[in-house]
Structure formats: structure tokens, C-alpha cells
Design a protein around this ligand. Structure first.
Ligand code: PMP
Length: 397
């Protein structure tokens, strides 16, 4: 069997390109964060994770520019060796303070923060129990260990308890992994019940708060919003959403973070976060703390659009975040709807299995104006008027 046979047999993306409905890798030229240019046209950006609207904030840009001048374009090595900057440590201290945890470890991506943390903690005989909709990076981290991997039904704490009983029979340590805010549905995990289940079964709990930090809990994230920071053992975050950069971090007790600093392979064997990205994240965290209205505004903007789409009878999922899922029912239909919205001047994320059930994922920023939001609503209204989305069935027509 030729390894490349699967590449030659992979035709669906080319077929979608030929049909003009391929929804990925659109070559945007960003104009500002709330809009983007594509083929000379201005598109309202309703599919970005730039929730606080800080990627073009002058304070963030200035900080990135200064770090670039001072420390160059790259650290050209891992944190462990030549690639550790005082700036990385300053960012770790700021994050620990923001999230209310004793210590933090910065990684070059949020993906690496999950993979590095989970794979460093698990060994043969241990079990990772993940929500079925946990982010791919958590699943990948779990699957690369010698430990056992179990899934529980999305947000279903009874099923989590069942899996914890099974994990307990296996012996070994147990790590439960959930997202604070689910990236594709915008729903918040039932954290109080999850904490109670973990406590009862002696399991360690990791909350991936990539989409909650900066927005919920006055910027301190999902655990803080629910008053449960001390009950959660580890929190992972990324800087590629609210914090206007790339990179990620894990937060927890000092001895655990010290261990991860010396054992997380995604951190040890990968070059450190660039000076400009580190400085941008640090500046964005400080702006987020000083201006908590941004998180609230992003939520209000999303709620405004969600209410208007629901009024149109569109199948909008319930959301507790700036993320609004519009369910489409079927993959091909999702691509057609995405194309139609683009023609109407609005970008959303086309989401297909295995990421999640088919949907258009819209997300909103603090800096979207009422005009931007109304343009998004108008585009959906046109599509609904054309009978493209059928709210009665809760799926695409
Ligand atoms: N966790 C979640 C829940 C995410 O949505 C993402 C990114 N989509 C990540 C982790 C990975 O973060 P990054 O893109 O910063 O590597």
C-alpha cells in the first residue's frame, strides 16, 4: 500500500473548490480586526476569536514593536536553553495574578499548552477522562500518553461519574479535562457539578479556558466567574483569542508548574514564544484587566445578533459567550450557506464533523459596531428569506 494513496484519493476539498463552496484558507488581507478584505471586497469578520478587539490596539502594537526592536524577531531556542526571556517570566507572573493561581508556564501555542501539560502528567496505568467535545489539543495530548483515554458525553455529569467509576477500577491517577467555554457551541461547562464529581472520585481537574479567559469573570475566566478557581487543579489558556497574540499557558500550584517546566515536551523541545508575541500578550492582558467592559461588550454584541437570528426563526444554539452557533444540519449545505453569507459580505466559520456537528459558527468582538452587527443580521435575513435555513426543523432546509 502506497502511503500517498490516501492523498490521491482525497478529492472532496478540490470538488468543493471547483463548485466555489470551499470554505477554508480564504486569503484575507486584514484591514482592521472587525472587517477584512478578500479579493478587494470588505467582509464583516464574524468568525474571529479576537473577542476583545485588541489585535490592532495601539498599546498592544507598541508593546510588540518595542519587544521586536529590543529582542529581535525570534528567541531561536527553547525556554529551557537560550530562549527564555525576562518578558516570558513577566507574562507568567501577570497571568498567575489574573487567574488567581500560584504559578504559570508559558508555551508557544495554546495547542502546546494542552498537549505538553497532559502528556507530561499521564503515565502507564493513569486515565484521562475528557468531555467528548473537548478541544483537539487536549485529545491529542491524552492520546499520545501511555495512559488510558475515556470520553464522557458532552456536559453530561452523570456520564462523567460513570466513567470515573470505571477509571477508579483501573487504578492509577485520573485526570478530567473539560473546556470552560466550548469553542464550537459557546456553551459553558457545568463546572460546579464537575468539580463535585472530581472531588468525590479523587480525580484531578484541568479546565481549558481558551475561550473564557479575557471574557468571563471580569476577564479572569470561567473558573473565577463561578467562584471555583481554587477547586480546579489546572487551567490552560491561549493568547490567540482574547489576548491578541499567539501562545498559551498552564496555571496551577507551584510544584506542579515546576515539574511541567522540566517535563512538558511541547515546551522543552520547541522554540519559545517570540518577543513580539510575548509582549503583545502581556500588553493585551493588562488592557483586558483595565477595561473589563470589553468582555461584557463582546457578550452583548453576540447576544444582540443571537436574539435577532432567533427572531428570524433561525436554529441558533444557546450560548453563554461571544460564540453563536447556527446549526445547518448537513455538511454540503453548510458549505453552500457559508458561500452565500460570504457573497452577502459576512465571514463565519464553516464547522463540519469531526470538529462538531455541521454549523456556521459566528463570533463577536467588543469592537464590532452596531453597523457591523446589523450587516451580519441583514445577511442572515436575506438567506432566511431565500428559504436557505429552515428554523422549524432546527436545521438547514
Ligand atoms: N483550546 C481550545 C478550546 C481552542 O479553541 C484552541 C484553539 N482553537 C486551543 C486550545 C489551541 O489554541 P491555539 O490556537 O492558541 O494553539
Amino acid at each position: 500500500m502506497d502511503l500517498f494513496d490516501k492523498c490521491r484519493a482525497f478529492t472532496s476539498a478540490r470538488e468543493a473548490m471547483t463548485a466555489g463552496i470551499y470554505p477554508y484558507f480564504a486569503p484575507f488581507e486584514n484591514s482592521d480586526a472587525t472587517t477584512a478584505r478578500l479579493d478587494g471586497r470588505e467582509i464583516v469578520m464574524a468568525g474571529s476569536n479576537n473577542y476583545l478587539g485588541l489585535t490592532k490596539d495601539p498599546r498592544v502594537l507598541d508593546a510588540a514593536r518595542a519587544a521586536l526592536q529590543e529582542s529581535g524577531t525570534s528567541c531561536t531556542g527553547s525556554r529551557l536553553l537560550n530562549g527564555n526571556l525576562r518578558l516570558h517570566e513577566e507574562l507568567e507572573a501577570e497571568l498567575a495574578d489574573l487567574l488567581g493561581k500560584p504559578a504559570a508556564l508559558v508555551f508557544s501555542t495554546g495547542y502546546g499548552a494542552n498537549v505538553g501539560t497532559i502528556s507530561a502528567l499521564m503515565t502507564r496505568g493513569d486515565t484521562v477522562v475528557l468531555d467528548r467535545e473537548a478541544h483537539a489539543s487536549a485529545i491529542d495530548g491524552a492520546q499520545m500518553t501511555l495512559g488510558r483515554v475515556r470520553f464522557f458525553a458532552h456536559n453530561d455529569v452523570d456520564d462523567l461519574r460513570r466513567k470515573l467509576v470505571l477509571a477508579g477500577r483501573d487504578g492509577g491517577g485520573v485526570l478530567v479535562v473539560v473546556d470552560g467555554v466550548y469553542s464550537m457551541g459557546g456553551d459553558v461547562c457545568p463546572l460546579p457539578e464537575i468539580v463535585a464529581a472530581c472531588r468525590q472520585h479523587g480525580a484531578t481537574l484541568l479546565v481549558d479556558d481558551a475561550h473564557g479567559v479575557g471574557v468571563l469573570g471580569q476577564g479572569r475566566g470561567t473558573c473565577a466567574q463561578l467562584g471555583l478557581t481554587d477547586e480546579v487543579d489546572l487551567i490552560t489558556i491561549t493568547f490567540s483569542k482574547s489576548f491578541a497574540s499567539i501562545g498559551g499557558a498552564v496555571l496551577g500550584d507551584a510544584d506542579v508548574i515546576h515539574y511541567l517546566r522540566h517535563h512538558a515536551r511541547a515546551e522543552i523541545f520547541s522554540a519559545s514564544l517570540s518577543p513580539a508575541n510575548t509582549a503583545a500578550a502581556l500588553a493585551a492582558v493588562r488592557v483586558a484587566r483595565a477595561e473589563p467592559w470589553r468582555g461584557r461588550r463582546a457578550m452583548e454584541n453576540a447576544a444582540y445578533v443571537a436574539a435577532a437570528l432567533a427572531d428570524l426563526g433561525l436554529p441558533v444554539g444557546t450560548s453563554d459567550s461571544p460564540i453563536i452557533p447556527v446549526h445547518t444540519g448537513e455538511a454540503l449545505r453548510t458549505a453552500f450557506l457559508w458561500r452565500r453569507l460570504m457573497d452577502l459580505g459576512v465571514y463565519t466559520n464553516a464547522v463540519l464533523p469531526p470538529a462538531a456537528s455541521p454549523r456556521l459558527r459566528a463570533s463577536f468582538m467588543a469592537t464590532h459596531t452596531r453597523d457591523h452587527l446589523d450587516r451580519v443580521v441583514a445577511a442572515f435575513r436575506t438567506m432566511a428569506g431565500e428559504g436557505l435555513v429552515d428554523g422549524r426543523t432546527g436545521t438547514a432546509a
